[in-house]
Design a protein. Structure first.
Length: 650
């Protein structure tokens, strides 16, 4: 399997039909990819010996039909393995909590099965693989960086350098001149910072030159670097000249003040002598001491004819100094390990920020979806309540009409019907009142829920804005680093051109002093041109960075505007719901008033009829003789209306 091509996709799903469907999609969309099916029901969950390194992208189902095991359990168990593939989780009935947990375990994306499309599947697989490649490349760079600064690796390579004839290496020892004099001005801390400054810039030069550098600090004021031997001696000298010129341009700043410094460089071909590492370092140190009296940055390449120098007699004082140097080296090792650990922690924090941003995005989408569902449910509930109330009012009106008609047709049933009507009225009013209370409670809860969701969306947006700002700062730092690398490369290119001119000047140095001055003037003009070019390039890069920052600001403003519009739309919907509620209450009140009016008219009509009947009875009674028998029926007739009238009044 190649390091950059996408070759194998593994599908772990308990449904054979769905596995075959996804496999068919991938074969059509990405025909060069091998798709492997894995049946968890038959084979069980992948064990510790499962070869994840053979897989590029994993499509993992959440529900696996395995008792006590889900897709999240597989992620939890294996996701920290370096060879674990890029993962996309598929689910038919997942939750927001499941999505958040899956993202914490490092998956690329969380996709619902019901909304999955061919294009979405293709894009997700490709992007997941690209993200995994970028992650592996970054880890590889960190590992290479750690090896480049490892003291153990440095001495291990130094010991076996002589035996590797097919891959020659060179030892370079760099020591600042007159370091004790400079220490009186800048102190011990300043001296330490100067040595670190020289080591950092020297490492960058060799790294740009693809020399596979391995650097360490061999004493409190000396840096040692191992590099690959160039094609020939002339190229080695050319590289050392470039290092001298680069260090001359690297100004050292300490406590807001600039300090000049020069270095002496000793160079030793490690294939010349088969001796211990300490003696090799000692020879390179002696080589640097041979040019320590030169005013500018200078170097000396140790030749085979120089032989192996004899070791000087080491006094007790020098032994103590050597022990002290070893202690300092150990301290430097601890310091370097702490810096590497801090770099790893910074990387983890950056990854955590990106992951948190993805989680916040998923959570915000889920909250917006839940708010929309809550709104739909509230609207459906209000509509159902309106229909139920209209139906109840229609039924109550029809019932009241039937009761009035029945009262007109049969007076004998008037008392029972009026009583039933009163009970029906009480039940209807109690039902309407209960419905109103339920409706008000539901609307209040919906309003509170909507307000809480709007507040949560606002907080999530503010959090997202802060994270975007942090990402932009990290991006600006990365761009600044890229800018510095570009400047170093430009200086390296200019160095080649400049070295050619300097070599010609050195060959012509023997002629006349006038020609030497002319060469120096040409060199100064060239440096001025390079400086002007660097300033122009920096200006162009600054304008590009300003433009990018402006575009990022516009995108953020557009997102904020969209969020404000969404909030305004939600408020408008809430306002419309309130207005609908007020209209419904007005209609209910009108219906209730109408019903009360109908009842009042009915009572008045019945009173008029009773009064008429009573008047007729009185007239008949007055027209008959007093001695006429059979008064009892008339007496009963007179009593009955008064009783009914009293009941009606009640």
């Amino acid at each position: 399997m190649s390091d950059s091509s996408l070759e194998k996709v593994l599908i772990i799903d308990d449904s054979s039909d769905y596995r075959k469907l996804i496999k068919t999609f991938i074969n059509k969309l990405l025909p060069k990819i091998e798709v492997i099916e894995y049946d968890p029901v038959f084979e069980g969950a992948p064990g510790d010996d499962f070869d994840w390194a053979e897989i590029d992208v994993l499509l993992l189902d959440y529900h696996l039909s395995i008792v006590g095991t889900t897709g999240l359990d597989i992620l939890h168990k294996h996701h920290k393995k370096p060879e674990f593939p890029a993962t996309i989780m598929l689910t038919g009935a997942g939750t927001e909590e499941t999505a958040i947990r899956a993202l914490k375990f490092g998956i690329y994306e969380y996709l619902p099965k019901q909304s999955l499309t061919k294009d979405k599947l293709k894009q997700s697989i490709i992007h997941a693989w690209e993200e995994k490649l970028a992650e592996r490349k970054k880890l590889q760079e960190i590992s290479q960086h750690n090896r480049s600064f490892s003291k153990e690796v440095f001495y291990e390579n130094l010991e076996k350098a002589f035996s590797q004839k097919d891959h020659k290496r060179v030892l370079v020892v760099i020591k600042p001149d007159n370091i004790n004099v400079l220490e009186q001005k800048i102190g011990v801390i300043g001296r330490d910072n100067l040595v670190n400054h020289i080591g950092k810039n020297s490492f960058e030069v060799f790294k740009i030159g693809a020399c596979n550098p391995n650097i360490t600090r061999i004493s409190d004021d000396e840096i040692a670097v191992q590099i690959d031997y160039p094609v020939n001696q002339e190229t080695l000298e050319f590289n050392m000249q470039g290092l001298c010129k680069h260090l001359a341009k690297c100004t050292f700043k300490f406590s807001d003040e600039k300090f000049k410094f020069t270095v002496s460089i000793g160079v030793l071909d490690l294939s010349l002598f088969d001796i211990k590492a300490e003696r090799l370092i000692n020879i390179a140190q002696i080589a640097s001491e041979r040019v320590s009296n030169v005013q500018d940055n200078s170097y000396y390449i140790w030749k085979e004819s120089d032989g192996i120098p004899e070791l000087p007699v080491v006094s007790q004082k020098n032994q103590d100094k050597t022990e002290e140097a070893k202690d300092t080296a150990n301290e430097e090792k601890l310091k370097l390990e702490a810096e590497l650990k801090a770099a790893a922690e910074a990387k983890e924090q950056a990854e955590a920020k990106i992951k948190a941003e993805q989680e916040a995005k998923v959570k915000l989408e889920a909250e917006l979806k839940a708010a929309a569902e809550a709104k739909e449910q509230a609207e459906a509930k209000i509509k159902a309540e309106q229909e139920a109330k209209l139906k109840a009012e229609s039924e109550a009106q029809a019932k009241a009409d039937a009761e009035i008609q029945a009262a007109k047709e049969t007076r004998e049933k008037l008392e029972a019907e009026l009583k039933a009507a009163a009970e029906a009225k009480e039940q209807a009013e109690a039902k309407i009142k209960a419905d109103q209370e339920t409706k008000l409670k539901a609307e209040s809860e919906a309003q509170a829920k909507a307000d809480a969701e709007i507040q949560a969306a606002k907080e999530a947006r503010e959090k997202l804005e802060a994270e975007l700002k942090a990402i932009e700062l990290a991006k600006a730092e990365a761009e600044a680093k890229a800018k510095a690398d570009a400047e170093i490369r430009a200086e390296q290119e200019a160095k080649i051109k400049l070295e050619a001119e300097l070599k010609a000047a050195e060959e012509a140095k023997a002629k006349v002093e006038a020609e030497i001055r002319a060469e120096q003037e040409a060199k100064q003009r060239l440096e001025a041109e390079l400086k002007a070019e660097a300033e122009a390039r920096a200006k162009i890069e600054a304008e590009a960075e300003l433009k990018a920052a402006k575009e990022a600001k516009e995108r953020l403003e557009a997102e904020l505007k969209a969020a404000a519009e969404a909030k305004a739309a939600a408020e408008a919907e809430i306002k419309a719901a309130k207005e609908a509620k007020e209209r419904l209450e007005a209609e209910l009140k009108a219906a209730s008033d109408k019903k009360e009016k109908t009842k009042s008219e009915q009572v008045q009509e019945e009173n008029v009829e009773e009064q008429t009947a009573k008047t007729e009875v009185t007239k008949e009674k007055a027209s008959k003789p007093e001695a006429e028998p059979e008064p009892e029926p008339e007496s009963e007739s007179n009593v009955e209306p008064s009783v009914k009238k009293e009941d009606v009044s009640e």
